[in-house]
Design a binder for this molecule. Structure first.
Ligand code: NDP
Length: 457
């Protein structure tokens, strides 16, 4: 690592930068003593050099990386409208060596900045890192992809999905592909259903400006959980590199559609009402500051998809994510079909042939099996083999930044995959906009509308 990479953060005075990116940079530098980094920040707010340096220092300290702050002592903050060609040209001027431009901006501003970048001269190795949401529908995602590839080649475009970099998801690959017990049964012949859930105890947390226009389906399912589905459903790639892995994931997404092509029967949406999470009182979503109730934004979304391949036809993949839940629950649940025959003499009829569960943060794997040999040695009962995978020492964004700075795009979302995710949810958006699927209430602090099977857990 001889040459310093310049990391230029556009939107440096924003929430993502101070809360997620800067701590991740601190952690990354602590982990990589040889990494040379030049950090530049730019934003529309009038920040002094001192305020920026203090923000960097505080973020580093928050992850026990205060000692690394001197390694970016020369960091600069420039007040600039990044949609202004002269201002943006000034920000990239004089950069020598690899350049990463991180768009920590509102999505429309990112597009405007890219339109300007297209006409600027950039170092040939420039990497562009873009945040979700990537476009606002399939068409706008395609247009943005076209714009980006006019600036740099696809292998230098990093569409960030911090889920993909998470160790839990990487674990799915190992467990799925490296075990003779599991690899051969990873198909519709043996798997009955798959559930990907990301329920948060967090409520709106002052993010109405973004969230009230996005809602749970776009915030989580479109941008993250469909990528998880792709990892679960893809054919085995020869290699986990940027070509094989992303080819396999994109093929899985292309084969994915809403179950029965029927968004009315195959999707649900909910919105929290006033309640309590722990001892914290949470107002009704519609009473949160900045929310426009007329938008009818959902805070809980559930969609069931099918993956129309020989491997998966007939297996429901349910994706669900909600806010203001009683407890956090992030998991992948693979339920196996009941075996064809259980010998007479064993009592009890299991409802399934076992369950494999991946839990995110703290990461663990549970394998629920039907066993006997208890007090009544022939009575079947359920037991669970569990292993804790630990918390993972790195923040998700540290993993993301490490990949970006290494130019490793394998775990970022490829152009076509980003477009497919919008294509898959479009019929749901249409049905919800028409009002064909009612919004069901659930009190904050519960597990969602009581009638939903996934709320029972
Ligand atoms: P913020 O609104 O907090 O920050 C955006 C920053 O960009 C602000 O500092 C804003 O300045 C600045 N900005 C806006 N327009 C311009 C401009 N023309 N020139 C220069 N700077 C400008 O948003 P977030 O940080 O929350 O989000 C940024 C991106 O990251 C979004 O795409 C979001 O969806 C994504 N994201 C955010 C997450 C989060 O937890 N915050 C999580 C995952 C993704 P000003 O305030 O003066 O307008």
């Amino acid at each position: 690592m001889s040459r310093a990479t310049t990391l230029l953060i556009l939107g440096a005075s924003g929430d993502l930068t101070s809360r997620l990116l800067l701590p991740a940079i601190g952690q990354l530098l602590r982990r990589q003593p040889d990494r040379q980094l030049t950090l530049r920040g730019a934003g529309s707010d009038e920040w002094s050099a001192k305020r920026w340096r203090d923000t960097v220092r505080e973020a580093f300290a928050s992850v026990d990386a205060a000692d690394e702050a001197p390694r970016v002592a020369g960091t600069t903050y420039t007040r600039a409208d990044v949609t202004d060609p002269t201002a943006l040209a000034g920000l990239v001027e004089g950069v020598e060596g690899p350049l990463v431009i991180y768009f920590a901006l509102p999505p429309a501003v990112s597009v405007a900045a890219c339109t300007v970048l297209r006409d600027l001269h950039l170092p040939p190795e420039t990497v562009l890192a873009l945040e979700k949401p990537f476009g606002s529908d399939e068409k706008s995602a395609r247009e943005l992809n076209e714009l980006l590839t006019e600036i740099v080649p696809e292998k230098q475009i990093f569409r960030v999905d911090h889920f993909l970099g998470r160790s839990t998801l990487i674990n799915v690959l190992g467990v799925r592909f490296a075990n003779r017990l599991i690899e051969p049964v990873w198909s519709a012949d043996h798997v009955e259903s798959v559930l990907v859930r990301y329920d948060e105890a967090l409520a709106l947390e002052n993010r109405a400006r973004y969230y009230d226009k996005a809602g749970a389906m776009i915030d989580m399912i479109q941008s993250h959980l469909l990528q998880v589905l792709a990892v679960l459903a893809m054919e085995q790639p020869a290699d986990l590199d940027e070509i094989d892995l992303r080819d396999a994931m994109a093929a899985a997404l292309r084969a994915t559609a809403i179950w029965d092509d029927n968004p009315v029967r195959s999707t649900r949406r909910g919105r929290y009402t006033a309640g309590k999470i722990g001892d914290r009182a949470v107002p009704s979503y519609v009473d949160e500051e900045g929310v426009d109730p007329a938008r009818g934004t959902e805070t809980l979304a559930e969609i069931t998809c099918e993956v129309r391949t020989a491997r998966w036809a007939g297996v429901p993949f349910t994706l669900r994510s909600g806010k203001a839940m009683g407890d956090r629950c992030a998991e992948i649940v693979v339920t196996f079909r009941p075996v064809r025959h259980i010998p007479g003499g064993l009592t009890g009829t299991p409802t399934d042939g076992g369950v494999l569960r991946f839990t995110l943060g703290p990461d663990r794997i549970d394998l629920e099996l039907n066993v006997n040999g208890g007090d009544d040695p022939f009575a079947l009962r359920r037991d669970t083999l569990s292993t804790k995978l630990g918390k993972g020492t790195l923040l998700a964004y540290t993993e993301v930044l490490s990949e970006i700075l290494d130019g490793d795009v394998a775990l970022s979302v490829r152009a076509d995959a980003a477009e497919q995710c919008w294509r898959i949810i479009q019929p749901v958006r249409d049905a919800w906009n028409r009002g064909d699927v009612p919004i069901e209430d659930y009190p904050a602090g519960t597990r969602g509308p009581a009638a939903w099977p996934t709320s029972a857990r």
